[in-house]
Design a protein around this ligand. Structure first.
Ligand code: MRU
Length: 362
């Protein structure tokens, strides 16, 4: 597959008949390429919960289309009944995964479209919801492109970049966030070498990041998570690029489990640690990382998911948090579509996004 095919394809979109959400099932990659068309509420929920669609921005895009597709199936005759169905769909999908705030932001945005049209007939509201879902998708494409440009400005030809989890086209749209600069560099003949953490326990780095980079012709090497320290010590890493699932307004950042360890190592070795993400991932209502809900997943993901035989006795207990929070003082900069934010992050966010915290708290 060519670079253009990786960065120009929509892995989440409306089906051709417009009545379902079409996704590339990420849980089957890299060995199987399977597309699914989903329209039942339970299947849409399941796709998020089991990471068939994953990555904060991709979940947000999916949520937009899902709300529209479910709204098409309404049997309601009145605005009130239609709105309560939309609210039910919103709450149901919002419960599928707790950490990535893009899910809630995009569900809220879709619900607000319906709430704002009490005097309109249901087909007109459905049409407005379709336009909103398409707009969410288009905005994400533009945001990823801008983030990739800003990210590329932080590195130079020949640099080694450490990545964790997957923040590429599969997790977003088109270029991705954390991986965007690598694809853009490849397009422009700039050589960057990616070192991809495999990302235990669900192996997004091995299954998805290495897949995307390899297919696009970006020079990449896969390492186990516990090898990050040695490659840093050996001078192979000039910068770390990671995505994010929720950024608190002080800059504390939730991302895939293991990210905070990478940031601690980077600080130890004096390597810049960059978080790349769209402003839809910033939760201005969240003061700090202690307020970010962390998803806990089934321990079988640790013991048996990718092994021929379980790695541990059945009675061994497992603790499987899917995300951790990187403290803001470990982060060199947060790269958004509007620009690069340096510490103190609450001040740079306020400058860039024109937010005042009182307004958000109200
Ligand atoms: O559990 P996942 O695979 O959905 O976790 C994804 C991540 O942590 C990504 O780094 C994050 O969503 C950013 S994607 C641009």
């Amino acid at each position: 597959m060519e670079l253009t095919q990786i960065t120009q394809v929509d892995n989440v979109r409306l089906s051709d008949d417009g009545r379902a959400v079409r996704i590339l099932d990420q849980s089957r990659l890299p060995n199987e390429t399977v597309y699914l068309e989903l329209s039942r509420a339970e299947d849409l929920y399941e796709a998020i919960a089991t990471l068939r669609v994953r990555g904060a921005p991709a979940i947000g895009i999916f949520a937009g289309y899902a709300m529209y597709v479910l709204a098409l199936q309404t049997k309601a005759n009145t605005f009130g009944d239609f709105l309560s169905e939309c609210r039910k769909n919103h709450d149901y999908l919002n419960a599928s995964r707790p950490t990535a705030v893009n899910l809630r932001h995009m569900l809220d945005r879709m619900l607000a479209v319906a709430e704002a049209m009490p005097c309109m007939d249901i087909p007109s509201i459905q049409q407005a919801m379709k336009q909103a879902a398409l707009a969410i998708h288009q905005e994400d494409i533009a945001m990823c492109t801008a983030i990739s440009e800003y990210g590329l400005s932080l590195v130079k030809d020949g640099d080694g970049i450490l990545t964790h989890c997957n923040a590429g086209p599969l997790a977003t749209s088109r270029y991705g966030t954390g991986l965007g600069p690598l694809f853009l560099a490849r397009e422009r003949g700039i050589t960057l070498h990616a070192w991809c953490d495999e990302t235990r326990p669900l192996l997004q780095g091995a299954r998805l990041t290495a897949y995307e980079l390899q297919r696009a012709g970006v020079d990449c090497t896969l390492i186990c998570d516990n090898m990050a320290s040695i490659v840093m010590k050996q001078g192979k890493i000039n910068a770390c690029f990671v995505g994010c699932d929720r950024v608190a307004r002080n800059g504390d950042t939730a991302n895939k489990i293991g990210t905070s360890g990478v940031a601690i190592l980077a600080k130890h070795y004096g390597i810049p640690f960059y978080v790349l993400g769209p402003s839809s991932t910033i939760d201005f209502t969240c003061p700090d990382g202690d307020h970010i809900p962390i998803e806990l997943r089934d321990g079988e993901e640790i013991k048996s998911k990718f092994f021929e035989q379980p790695s541990s006795l059945p009675e061994v207990k497992c603790y499987n948090p899917a995300f951790d929070v990187t403290d803001h003082d470990l982060i060199t900069a947060i790269v958004t579509e509007k620009g690069i934010c340096y510490p103190p992050f609450d001040e740079s966010f306020a400058r860039l996004f024109g937010k005042t915290w009182k307004e958000e708290e109200a």
